[in-house]
Design a binder for this molecule. Sequence first.
Ligand code: BYC
Length: 313
Amino acid sequence: MTVQDLEKIFLQKIENEIKIEPRDWMPDAYRKTNIRQISQHAHSEIVGMLPEGNWITRAPTLKRKAILLAKVQDEAGHGLYLYSATETLGITREETINDLHSGRAKYSSIFNYPTLTWADIGAIGWLVDGAAIMNQVMLTRTSYGPYARAMVRICKEESFHQRQGFEILLVLSRGSKEQKEMCQDAINRWWWPALMMFGPHDKESTHSDQSMKWKIKRKSNDELRQNFVDMIAEQIKVLGMKLPDEHLQWNEEKKHYDFGEINWEEFWNVVKGNGPCNKQRLDARRKAWEEGEWVREAAATYAEKRNKRQAAA
Ligand code: BYC
């Protein structure tokens, strides 16, 4: 079969909503785009554990601590499914992780902001996990099978995360004057970075056109961002708080909320490594990798010995 024939079969599968599986022929660029996106997603899950992990020892009650601990562990699980999905595309875990540590691979800009108060844990759950779900629900229908299947479970867990975040803010919003202020302050600081999670405007997005054709992405960056604004603009009414955007207003004609412009200079600055916590996050990941060396060695030695024992038996 010629490459043209193989490509035709591949495109027919995409057209007919048949998932592409690891052993199927796929264009090199499709493989590369998936490796890029899935591994960056995996890195985001793992780096995303850091700002929240920062509050495990300071959660206000034992119950809150247990919930936060479970949530952070869920993120590790998400990283695991996603690194495994990346491996099905023919790249090793070591290579993807090296790309993160060397700064070659990106992770979501959002995790380069600090968590200053307990209300930030609420804002992350509500806004950051909320934005993540908005994006990831469409990814349950992405064309690469292992990625789509990983997303189904991840979305279920993320929706629990979002509710726990909203509940933290709901309690604070009904609390003392100081608690209300803390709640508003966290919303003020996380709102714009959460909107940045969806990536550049469609017209500036390098990969969108091709990714939409291959059905890796099903909705555009701007479309998802608009859906998110529409959802949060309603939910914030329950909290009795305000979103920090004077342009936010219901547009009856468009049946959407209008909203202000993102500070793109800030976005690209953070993406390029100059956000408030970029260095701290990468240093923490590199340290964890170095300190985990003995665990990887022990596991590999155990597996090798067990294989030899089984072969001899
Ligand atoms: N941060 O052509 P574009 C989570 C990069 S959190 C950093 O539109 P694409 C979690 C982009 O990579 C969320 N970089 O790209 C929640 C590209 O650069 P490269 C993680 C960004 O891929 C709570 C360039 O800008 N979710 O899971 O078509 C706790 C041009 O962009 C960002 C995912 O990763 C950004 N915000 O669309 C713990 C979802 N935005 O790669 C964890 C999967 C853009 O050419 N990913 N860039 O060097 C996606 O859906 C897509 O990759 C994006 C971007 C929508 C993010």
